[in-house]
Design a binder for this molecule. Sequence first.
Ligand SMILES: [Zn+2]
Length: 178
Amino acid sequence: MTRSAAVPILGSLACIERVMPTPRKDICDCGNLERMAEHPKCPVKFDAELNEYHIVGEGGGYWLIYYCPLYDGSAPKSKRDRLFHRITDAEQHRLCNLTKDLRTVQDVTAAFGEPDIHHQIGSVTTTPEREDKPEITKSRPVMIYTKLSEIANVHVTAYPTDRVDIHFQGKGVKKDAR
Ligand SMILES: [Zn+2]
């Protein structure tokens, strides 16, 4: 596999338009979401801290549920706004513009200086075991800038260049497994 010389960076900013569903009149009280979340085989899970129901994917990822899947009501009101600042559209555009030309770690530090927080092991991702492939864990450095915005931290994940890309993977259970 070949890699380009430039180090791609991945900000935590979603530079896309946010599509919010239109709110429905009432929060559904049929209890089905609750029952689904309690069922061990059902992918619906309840996050008590955020007061949200999610559909949780087997290989990672989740989708927030806005409406009762069986009746006409809304899911419970999320407490997400109370935990985190919502990044306004104007601020999102400002930060997108501020970072749009940055492609490498060097670009970022030239523009913003040293990060306020530098995690050498910043982003750890695990791909679950699938068919003949073992579970794979990767870690990448993350630089966080906390002073670029009043309401947002800018996270910069660095990917490997010509150095090493270390990952961990499980040994085969059977002797001749790869
Ligand atoms: Zn319902």
